[in-house]
Design a protein around this ligand. Structure first.
Ligand code: F6P
Length: 471
């Protein structure tokens, strides 16, 4: 019996030490839920970094705990975390792939560790994998892994999905190790991205950098065919829909209503990242207040920024910039009984987020660049009363599907300003009609649909390849 092995940089659990004992905290993330139907079955397994620097002596205890959940850890030491995770993944690939090339660092030591940590993942995969297994690798931290596994297990089925954008060739070519990265990815049978633009950019980079041939969306390399396709990722829409009716969430909403009454809420939720357009969003909100004094005390922004990658200088600088700008806006417009911006720099339980999503009149999602953006979909799935307006950046993959949102260019301050005013003034019937259509899309094309179409296509391309070789 063949098994399925999922591989990603992080495991779908958080490991924390409480009272001298390690505890596993299950992730609420969509990927964890969607792939739960796969990795929790039989001998299937999910391989990934345990997410913290573990003492050697504690590894056996953690490995045993994880094994009971069909999870298998890769342990990284502090140098590996610094050079592979913070370094190459997040100071080289992340800025280039998000079109922020001036932030990119091209350090040889980062590249050396990126290769050796991908090798480390390979070793763990090969301890478990057998010929005939299906291996599904996720995201930019593991671009070399498909080819490393292909060399060891030539006939195995390998799928790869990239959760962040793939940049245009003009950006990608800046990376000194561009050919090695492409060769690594092309060890797969199927490579998935969120959008057709990413597919196009990847194929264009591959054909310009490597001596390969293509036919439509298939790349021919070393007598192998690799299919490149778009699979827009969905969320666990039913979970977000159903949560809004739970006692815990109804109570959250009640508390908001008591505190803020009928103030209109503009919601903003992100991980701390310069790709998310948080500063641009604040500037647009500032303009709304400065040009429309009638909105004073009638609207407020609730902004949650979840701490992330805080060892990387640009993330620390961004946090300082946000602190300053929020302070500046609040000090200029606040009144004794009203704050323009309620800013939280921390994470919240899903019930609190659900309460905010379902209470928010507007959700402002304005990334400078985003592979998909799942916050926009979580907002829609939580609007069970079919009201609310989504303002969405055209630079997010989600904008290709969520066309009834107000679509904006986050670099265009005037357009963002007008979008917020349009959303605040939108007639109720228009809000409902837009939200109904948005909800149809989000509820139908959910995370389970995404997992199914990727796995079905992976099986189809492998069968096709097998019959081609048999001829
Ligand atoms: O979506 C991109 C991504 O890097 C995922 O791989 C990751 O789960 C998420 O963002 C959070 O990033 P990190 O693992 O660096 O905290």
């Amino acid at each position: 019996m063949s098994k399925t092995i999922i591989v990603s940089n992080r495991l779908p659990v958080r490991i924390a030490k409480e009272n001298d004992e390690y505890q596993l905290k299950v992730s609420e993330g969509g990927l964890a839920t969607g792939l739960g139907s796969i990795y929790k079955q039989g001998d299937n397994v999910w391989i990934g970094w345990a997410g913290l620097d573990v003492d050697k002596g504690d590894e056996a205890e953690i490995t045993n705990k994880l094994k009971q959940e069909n999870l298998c850890p890769v342990y990284l030491d502090p140098e590996e975390i610094q050079n592979y995770y913070e370094g190459f993944s997040n100071e080289t690939l992340w800025p280039i792939f998000h079109y922020m090339s001036t932030y990119a660092q091209y350090e040889q030591v980062y590249w050396d560790y990126y290769q050796s940590v991908n090798e480390k993942f390979k070793k763990v995969v090969l301890e478990i994998a057998e010929p005939g297994d299906i291996i599904w690798i996720h995201d930019y931290q593991l671009l070399l892994l498909p080819q490393m596994i292909r060399e060891a297990l030539p006939n195995t089925t390998i799928g790869f999905f990239q959760h962040i954008p793939f940049p245009s060739y003009e950006l990608f070519r800046l990376i000194p190790w561009r050919a090695e990265l492409l060769n690594g990815m092309l060890g797969s049978d199927l490579i998935g991205f969120h959008t057709y633009d990413d597919v196009r950019h990847f194929t264009s980079s591959a054909t310009r950098v490597l001596p390969i041939q293509t036919t439509a969306n298939v790349i021919h390399k070393d007598d192998r065919n690799i299919t490149i396709d778009a699979f827009p990722m969905g969320i666990d829409a039913k979970k977000f829909n159903d949560l809004t009716h739970t006692e815990a969430v109804l109570q959250e909403k009640e508390v908001y209503n008591q505190i803020i009454g009928d103030t209109k809420i503009i919601l903003s939720i992100d991980r701390l990242d310069y790709s998310k357009g948080i500063i641009q969003r604040l500037l647009a909100f500032d303009k709304v207040l400065s040009e429309n004094p009638d909105y004073i005390e009638k609207i407020s922004m609730h902004m949650i920024v979840v701490p992330s990658r805080d060892n990387i200088p640009q993330y620390r600088d961004l946090r300082d910039d946000i602190d300053k700008l929020v302070g500046n806006i609040n000090s200029r417009y606040r009144t004794p009984s009203w704050h323009p911006i309620h800013y939280f720099y921390r994470s919240f339980p899903i019930e609190t987020l659900s309460g905010l999503y379902s209470r928010a009149d507007i959700c402002l999602v304005t990334p400078m660049r985003d592979g998909m953006n799942l916050v926009s979909k979580e907002y829609i799935a939580s609007k069970t009363d079919e009201t609310g307006v989504l303002i969405l950046s055209e630079m997010a993959g989600a904008s290709k599907e969520l066309i009834e949102a107000i679509i904006v260019n986050p670099n265009n301050l005037g357009e963002m300003y007008r979008a917020i005013v349009q959303a605040l003034e939108m007639p109720e019937e228009e809000k409902i009609s837009r939200m109904k259509n948005l909800r149809e899309t989000v509820m139908k094309f959910d995370i389970n649909h995404w997992v199914k179409i990727f796995m079905d296509q992976l099986a189809a391309v492998k069968n096709h390849e097998k019959s081609r070789r048999a001829k």
